[in-house]
Write a protein that binds this ligand. Structure first.
Ligand SMILES: [Zn+2]
Length: 81
């Protein structure tokens, strides 16, 4: 596996979607390739940031439904009137 393949497989590896033999090749490559180790760490940081942003969005969504329901009910009321 070379570095370009590594990057291509990275997402599948992180998502546990690699077949065992490819996952092995992947781990073998990273055990001996500092740039890719760096890349993986950066990638993990990015994933963490995205996860946090996603969770913040989720939190916003959780507050939304009540207002949304009220808005829909209000809109329906206006339709009838
Ligand atoms: Zn590499």
């Amino acid at each position: 596996m070379n570095c370009r393949e590594y990057v291509e497989f990275l997402m599948a590896y992180v998502n546990d979607e690699l077949p065992p033999d490819q996952a092995d090749a992947f781990r073998q490559h990273i055990s001996d390739c500092p740039p890719c180790i760096n890349y993986l760490e950066t990638y993990h940081d990015t994933l963490e940031l995205e996860k946090r942003a996603y969770e913040e969005q989720e939190a916003l969504f959780e507050e939304a439904p009540e207002n949304l329901v009220k808005a829909i009910l209000a809109a329906r009321g206006e339709d009838k009137a």
